[in-house]
Design a protein around this ligand. Structure first.
Ligand SMILES: [Zn+2]
Length: 278
């Protein structure tokens, strides 16, 4: 794959702002436990401000997959993220998806309206909570004007989706558990139980090794980072080290939307492109 300005790899620093929804949707008991919910709240109170300061200092832009419920509860935070030039993308309302077209369509309409009301822009990409993508989803995304998905896990590079054998202008930007911070930094003894804990240095050490291999092949990395965990100081410092390493080693750091538009414009859909100035 050829990336802009002969860069070696496309790097998307994407975050999932699951915030309170991570706890509410995995364990209903949490509706009555403000202390459990406060773990989600850490993302908007501490993690995101710290991450935004670091991204600004490094001069890079990221994508934030945002449940619209989170946007409703914390509109100022979402407005601030968008105001700094980052992308807000689709991630359900209460971190959910439905198994039929009509209910999912209504859910997307509701979530898009909330996000557009805050940022002035409708999302154009989607990461379905917990990966529950159904057969109808590609057609629904096409009908709603989406240009990318970050759900599949079967490739190290972008590809175009097909519906009934016909290529459609929806780019897949795959993800993987290797670049999901919760594989390393999420520790909790109640549902959803997670007992992994590695230092930030170990985490980005794995990411640097992964980067080297993928850059050698000219591929991409699309992250899945949760500010309530990776927003702790040692992890943000480690992420900063990784970003500096990536910059020094030929990464094109861009939002999911920018990478999707770049890929579409060079693969049969030039009308979706826009100038890439990096
Ligand atoms: Zn999520």
């Amino acid at each position: 794959m050829e990336w802009p300005n002969h860069k070696r790899l496309a790097l998307m620093l994407s975050f999932d702002i699951d915030a309170e929804t991570l706890w509410l949707t995995r364990n209903p008991i949490n509706y009555h436990h403000p202390v459990h919910l406060s773990r989600g709240l850490y993302s908007v109170k501490q993690g995101i401000p710290r991450i935004l300061r670091m991204l600004e200092a490094e001069g890079v832009h990221a994508t934030f997959f945002t449940p619209a419920y989170t946007a409703e509860l914390h509109p100022d935070v979402i407005r601030c993220i968008a105001g700094e030039g980052h992308e807000i993308s689709y991630h359900g309302w209460l971190h959910e998806s439905y198994p039929d077209y009509d209910r999912e369509n209504a859910l997307m309409e509701k979530a898009e309206t909330i996000i557009e009301g805050i940022t002035g822009k409708k999302p154009c990409g989607t990461r379905i909570p917990d990966g529950y993508v159904y057969d109808f989803h590609l057609q629904l995304w096409l009908d709603r004007g989406y240009i990318y998905s970050s759900n599949w896990r079967d490739n190290d590079g972008p590809f175009l989706h097909k519906i009934d054998g016909k290529t459609v202008p929806i780019v897949e930007l795959p993800k993987d558990g290797i670049v999901d911070d919760t594989s390393y930094d999420m520790y909790t003894i109640q549902a959803p139980e997670h007992h992994y804990l590695r230092s930030g240095r170990e985490m980005v050490g794995i990411w640097m090794d992964e980067f080297d291999g993928l850059a050698e092949e000219g591929r991409m990395m699309n992250f899945v980072m949760h500010p309530q965990f990776i927003g702790h100081p040692q992890y943000v410092r480690a992420l900063r080290e990784f970003i500096r390493y990536a910059k020094d080693n030929g990464a094109w750091i861009a939002t999911d939307e920018d990478v999707a538009r770049y890929y579409l414009s060079r693969n049969g859909f030039p009308e979706y492109g826009k100038s890439i100035d990096k």
